[in-house]
Design a protein. Sequence first.
Length: 212
Amino acid sequence: MKFKTNLILCSFLIGFSACASARIGSEVQTGRQALLAGNPERALGYFQSAAQQDPSYVYGTALQHGIWGYVGRSEYATGRFPQARQSLEKALSVKQDDDTARLYLGLTLARSGDRQRGLTEIESGMKGIHDSIEYIAQTHRFSFGQYWDPAHELRRAIQSDLAMISRRDFDWDKLIAAGEWVGKQIEEEIDRARYDESRDRNRESSGRDNPF
């Protein structure tokens, strides 16, 4: 009887955990859509709710973003720079290789007046994003990697930005705008790669079902 009770409890807990994870995932996806649509205030509400439920939640597979990075990016977009800095630093304490969070931390610091450290973080974040895309595209080039930045547009833009930084004679407004463009593009690239891969798989599946 005790074994049966434990089994029922275990099944309940597994089911509850799965439901909670699905709910958080749905909130993060809705937040992402709002952020990409230019509604960071709405996005922030969804991301904060997800972060409260699971502070260690990570979105994505090939390229992963922590939930606190999304909170910080939304706060940055709404002009809440002190809060954004706290959230982005928390994101990096949880997931040190979250290069998009690092990029936005640099942008936040730059807009807050700490340009020296901001530049370091912007440069590091851009290098990390470039290297991550390069790794995905090359290491997995015969599978899902072929769908990541296939025209090299994003990687070329980042290389151009890094070259601008290396000259040390750049315009800060231009650099910040470039950083924000990279931040948005990497988020859109996640969806583009997923969509293109799904499209090709559906075509292949249809071709096998209809050989003639």
